[in-house]
Design a protein around this ligand. Structure first.
Ligand code: NAD
Length: 530
């Protein structure tokens, strides 16, 4: 297959054992991955797969340079990351072209990625000293008055990042940046569907920024990811909960710590006192942005009964108007392609399952004929929790809307999920905030959607089966560090009273002093006196 050749649609088997997909849609092999443009079906490029041996060699190489990188200190590392920020600002169009070709996103959806990343570099560069700088701690008891207590944060030497295809830069570089700022060396394995944008940035770090050799990527499918888990000292994984379980099990073999950012089934609650125009516009954007391929997409909506009819009409109109197609740089389309045909198959299955069980599509409802892989922006009503579309992660441009008797029922349905990534509540501010505080998830927005991801000041992570660990805020950099407590003796005699030789008299004295300090009532404090 040659660059530019169109490819028939179907699903793509990327399992390492299969040299050629059975349906002939891809000639990816054990050694090479063909990257297709989902907006047009054309071949973009071919990428060589890394073997477990080349993964081990890459990790060993960056590991050898990590001590020197750590020794640069927070400021020194920020200077290098600042150069990467400048490169991203100067070359964002080039990066966007590459990333748009491998994802099939519309330009507007793609263009948020460099903006987020440059902001993130400055965020951690200017706050790392506060988040992971050495801490001075006062001893909790006068018995330790001779000790100086310090906590220093030392990085895991090599952080391995395994990332998905929906935001190829944000979800790879976005984790690499705090890890590098913490002093770790980083190796990323991007998704096999979208390996190009990240590889371009890594190449630029080496050749144009001239950054220290502590940042690299390896390419491939699950086998390459597994090899990275075996070699890394800490694993940051973003992807499905299905793969997350495998990652955690593999990491358990070497007792390697993991942080998992997994799937979601985010709900929106619309209260009857909400601004329904804002709520409908938010639901349309929050559900369809990036073709619904966002872990935090609005996938389920529960509307208080009095607002239901009006909200559904407004939402259907907003979604029905969306323009869909290959966008290039025109900013003339709102909804792009599905990046992975495997995901499109899941979206189609969820919608068909719902329709077969009595749901109705008020707009959309089907996969479009090629070229390119598109699923229509879809609003489903008459749905319930027996349907996959309200239970499992759809990860496509589909929302299901249900009527709720009241806020209590909306909350019960919202929390009736094995996921708990994020959510949103629309309504009069104080009431909406009260409801929002009871949603069982890692982040909840009041009268907005998705915006918590831009508020990198606060942590973001999943409850329940949506993940383990957090990105953003203080935990988003601290997780890449191990704490080392340093206890320094400031003044001392030849021996401590607790050391050898043991004598009855000294033992009694220690007990009395300890009791005097630990007792919280006068009777016990005094009972041993005399
Ligand atoms: P996926 O789980 O199929 O793959 C993710 C990554 O894991 C890819 O790089 C893949 O090659 C790799 N991988 C696959 N098998 C592996 C194995 N056995 N060992 C090691 N690595 C392996 O996910 P996807 O389809 O690429 O992405 C979509 C999923 O990601 C959705 O579930 C979405 O919700 C989730 N996601 C979560 C967040 C978050 O922050 N919580 C953000 C974006 C996407």
């Amino acid at each position: 297959m040659r660059k530019g050749d169109p490819v028939e649609r179907g699903t793509i088997d990327r399992s390492i054992e299969v040299a050629k997909a059975p349906d002939g849609t891809s000639s990816s092999s054990k050694d090479n991955i063909e990257v297709l443009n989902p907006a047009t079906g054309e071949l973009v490029s071919t990428v060589a797969v890394d073997t477990p041996e080349t993964v081990a060699a890459t990790v060993a190489r960056v590991r050898a340079n990590q001590t020197e990188w750590e020794a640069l200190g927070i400021e020194g590392r920020y200077r290098w990351l600042g150069k990467l920020r400048d490169w991203l600002l100067d070359n964002s169009e080039r990066v966007l072209d590459t990333m748009q070709a491998e994802t099939g996103k519309v330009r507007a959806d793609a263009s948020g990625e460099p903006v987020y990343l440059t902001d993130l570099i400055n965020f951690y560069g200017t706050r790392a000293a506060k988040f992971i700088g050495e801490e001075a701690v006062r001893p909790h008891t006068p018995l330790l008055a001779s000790k100086k207590l310090r906590v220093q944060y030392r990085p895991h030497p090599v952080v391995g990042i395994i990332s998905p295809w929906n935001f190829p830069l944000i979800l790879a570089l976005g984790d690499a940046i705090p890890a590098l700022q913490a002093g770790a060396a980083v190796v990323v394995k991007p998704s096999e569907f979208t390996p190009l944008g990240l590889a371009e940035v890594v190449k630029a770090w080496k050749e144009e920024v001239g950054g220290p050799d502590v940042f690299d990527c390896v390419q491939g499918v699950g086998e390459t990811g597994g090899a990275l888990i075996d070699e890394a000292d800490f694993v940051q994984f973003t992807g499905s909960d299905r793969t997350g379980r495998k990652v955690m099990a593999r990491a358990a073999e070497t007792l390697t710590p993991v942080s998992l950012e997994l799937g979601g089934k985010d709900a929106m609650i619309v209260l009857d006192d909400a601004d329904l125009d804002r709520a409908a516009n938010a639901a349309a954007w929050g559900g369809m942005m990036n073709s619904g391929q966002i872990c935090m997409s609005v996938e389920r909506i529960y509307v208080e009964e009095p607002a239901y009819d009006s909200f559904v009409a407004k939402l259907t109109e907003a979604v029905g108007k969306l323009r869909q197609g290959a966008d290039g740089k025109s900013f003339g389309q709102e909804v792009g392609a599905m990046t992975s045909p495997n995901q499109t198959a899941i979206v189609e299955e969820h919608v068909q399952d719902a329709l077969a069980s009595g749901a109705k599509a008020l707009t959309g409802g089907k996969r479009l004929p090629g070229p390119g892989d598109y699923f229509e922006p879809t609003v489903l009503v008459d749905v319930d929790h027996s349907m996959k579309v309200m239970r499992d992660e759809t990860f496509g441009p589909v929302v299901g809307v249900m009527k709720a008797r009241d806020a209590e029922e909306a909350l019960r349905l919202t929390n009736d999920s094995r996921y708990g990534l994020s959510g949103s509540v629309f309504g009069a501010r104080e009431r909406a905030e009260r409801v929002a505080r009871r949603v069982e998830c890692g982040a909840v927005n009041v009268n907005d959607v998705l915006v918590n991801y831009a508020a990198m000041d606060v942590p973001m992570g999943g409850w329940k089966q949506s993940g383990i660990g957090y990105r953003h805020g203080e935990p988003g950099i601290k997780k890449y560090c191990r704490t080392e407590s340093v206890v320094v003796t400031r003044f001392a005699g030849k021996r401590e009273p607790t050391w050898y030789p043991y004598t009855k008299g000294r033992r009694r004295l220690i007990s009395r002093v300890a009791q005097a300090f630990n007792a919280r009532d006068i009777k016990r404090r005094l009972s041993l006196r005399g």
